[in-house]
Design a protein around this ligand. Structure first.
Ligand code: 6R9
Length: 633
């Protein structure tokens, strides 16, 4: 599946556009199917309806586990590094992982789980998280992983939306010096969730937790039962290529997060292919992705993609800055990591500690580097290249989204000529187009536009859970017959793509997607708040920070305290990742006569660029702009 030269890339790319079905059929033949497809592709972007490999039967875990057993059963599948470096690391070979997945799949069955059930997973970054995910897939249950940083309210919203019947969690998780009481957060969430019949609790931090009879069971006890029953094997459930594999919630420009749906066949082919090709993965290489399995990057490129390719994938429980800012480099050294895939925000944060933390570390195992989540600015690109890659490692800057399932625009390691700040060129099978604000395609090079994709690829989302119309509205209605990404993009003179950031009301804070409307809803829940507007502003480390303009007319105590209350309210409602960095009290918001908030003006003020605010004459009360400018933080 790997191209071996730039000329070959160009040839393969051409074929993938001229004969996409033939191209993807050849790729799909590299995977294990119980039955092959009747038809490679059936699609329209109107409804939308996207069906890949229709009629084919498979189970993704047979590709990720069983098919490696004979030749590579003893190859490490997962290397786990705990939060605390003095705790022992763990290695699970493919054979061990296979047996643990089968075992836990039987636990799920014993607890009433069936094909098609939705199961919520809220866990620390431990091997059991990957085991839980794969065990769901093994029995055909649909997992909905919720990132460990989300609040009880966010979990409840997600459980209710997907009508989950089981939760898998742990007593608590370790993140640097912090301990997060996961089970207790789940207990708060479940007050609102009568659909949950069972909670399976892994022991990790052994913090005291409440265990409710008839509902809550310990992971270890349940595994013990399965062992006593001698219930070791678990044949994989046969799935249709278009059966749902998982739901993953993500933020958009409207209030409520959407449950992005991925299906078994196309997602397997797409993540396996892109992982293998873009990173040019070679057997035996140790691959380390620093993301959390709670995000799409972890789903596709810690779990499914690498495992379907028989790779060794490192799972890290902690954070890059604890016990000190050299932690990632210690892990690279400890496991002789060859491929390191991380995020711009992590790179910028580690850069800020100065060169001391990279001095004396052994980076000699590294051959390839990768980046994801937000634009990799040139300064960070060069630091990554020089200080970590020693000028010898290609930087694979992968542009993609929760909705795309896998890499879309990305260099192929050691094959695509690089340009700092550029995601470079589309991978085979990906057909990007740039569209101007009137909906016309912008052709040629040296142009800017809204990034759209004009032909389906196997890893794309199929729907948003429980609300297909919302999927159509969000992604397929802005420009007819195109998938709209929400990103702005430059195509330079050489045809290279540079992502310029979101063009909708979505912020990217430390690589996490946060909808401004979602944060506003949370702020407005504070009892003194009348209304609010949230925008992003440039932040040295996070990429973007959250700036909230808040109308709060009856401040009866210390305004600084009220700001903190507002921040706490957002942490409670969404999670600490969405907490505003800055809160400015204002007496009103700049609105047009029709009542629309002029975000463009607020964005400029938040950026500290008030020299030219553009036309403010259409505002209901232009004087408000001066007041806001004056009080800017
Ligand atoms: C995989 C992931 C998607 C949004 C996307 C874009 C931004 C991701 C990027 C990038 C520039 C890159 N983004 N990768 N921007 N260069 N290499 O991050 O998914 O959490 O859904 O975010 O992130 O704005 O639209 P997700």
């Amino acid at each position: 599946m790997q191209v071996k030269s730039f000329e070959e890339y160009q040839q393969v790319y051409r074929k993938s556009v001229e004969q996409p079905e033939q191209f993807w059929e050849d790729i799909a033949n590299n995977f294990l199917w119980r039955k092959k497809w009747d038809k490679v592709l059936d699609w329209n972007f109107k409804e939308p309806k996207i069906e890949w490999f229709k009629g084919a039967k498979l189970n993704i875990t047979e590709n990720c586990l069983d098919r490696h057993l004979e030749k590579n059963g003893d190859t490490p599948a997962i290397i786990w590094e705990p939060n605390n470096p003095s705790e022992n690391h763990r290695v699970l070979t493919y054979r061990q992982l296979h047996s643990k997945v089968c075992q836990f799949a039987n636990v799920l069955k014993n607890n009433g789980a069936k094909k098609g059930d939705r199961i919520c997973i809220y866990m620390p970054m431990v091997p059991e998280l990957a085991i839980a995910v794969l065990a769901c897939a093994r029995i055909g249950a649909i997992h909905s992983v919720v990132f460990g940083g989300f609040s009880a309210q966010s979990i409840a919203d997600r459980i209710k939306d997907a009508e989950c019947n089981i939760v898998i969690t742990a007593d608590g998780s370790f993140r640097g010096t912090k301990e997060v009481p996961l089970k207790s957060i789940i207990d708060d969430a479940l007050v609102q969730c009568p659909s949950i019949k069972r909670v399976i609790v892994l022991t990790r931090s052994r913090t005291p937790v409440s265990m409710i009879k008839g509902r809550d069971v310990w992971w270890e006890d349940e595994v013990q039962k399965v062992e006593t029953q001698g219930n070791i094997e678990c044949p994989a459930e046969e799935m249709d290529a278009e059966d749902m594999l998982f739901i993953l919630y993500t933020s958009g420009s409207t209030g409520k997060p959407k449950g992005v749906v991925h299906t078994c066949g196309g997602y397997m082919v797409y993540t396996g292919y892109t992982f293998s090709n873009a990173f040019q993965y070679q057997p035996g290489e140790v691959y380390f992705c620093t993301a959390d399995i709670g995000w799409i990057t972890g789903h596709s490129y810690i779990a499914y993609g690498p495992l379907s390719q028989g790779a060794t994938t490192v799972l890290f429980e902690g954070i890059p800055t604890w016990p000190n800012a050299g932690r990632l480099w210690d892990i690279v050294e400890k496991f002789k990591v060859n491929i390191l895939y991380t995020a711009p925000t992590a790179i910028r944060s580690l850069m800020s500690f100065g060169d001391d933390v990279v001095k004396g570390k052994d980076f000699s195992s590294l051959t390839k580097l990768g980046s994801v989540g937000e634009p990799l600015n040139e300064e960070a690109w060069h630091w990554f290249d020089e200080k970590i890659g020693k000028g010898n490692c290609p930087i694979v800057d992968t542009w993609w989204q929760t909705e795309t399932g896998g890499f879309m625009i990305s260099p192929i390691a050691n094959i695509t000529p690089l340009k700092p700040g550029y995601a470079t060129l589309p991978l085979p099978g990906v057909q990007p187009v740039l569209i101007d604000d009137t909906g016309k395609e912008v052709e040629g090079n040296g142009v800017n536009g809204n990034l759209c994709i004009k032909f389906p690829w196997p890893g794309m989302l199929r729907t948003t859970y429980g609300d297909h119309e919302r999927c159509r509205q969000t992604y397929f209605a802005t420009y007819p017959n195109l998938y709209f990404t929400g990103d702005g993009c430059l195509r330079d003179e050489d045809g290279y793509y540079r992502i310029t950031g979101r063009v909708d009301d979505v912020l990217n804070v430390s690589g996490h997607r946060i909808g401004t409307a979602e944060v506003e809803n949370a702020i407005n829940m504070h009892s003194s708040v009348v209304e609010s507007a949230v925008v992003g502003y440039p932040h040295d480390i996070k990429g973007q920070g959250v700036y909230a303009f808040v109308v709060c007319p009856n401040l009866h105590d210390d305004p600084e305290l009220t700001k903190k209350d507002i921040m706490m309210t957002v942490s409670r409602i969404i999670g600490a990742i969405a907490r505003p960095d800055k809160v400015q009290f204002v007496s009103g918001l700049p609105k047009t006569r029709s009542g629309k908030i002029m975000r463009r003006i607020l964005r400029k003020i938040a950026e500290g660029d008030t020299s030219n605010l553009g036309d403010t004459s259409t505002l209901l009360d232009p004087a408000i702009v001066d007041e806001i400018k004056e009080g800017a933080l």
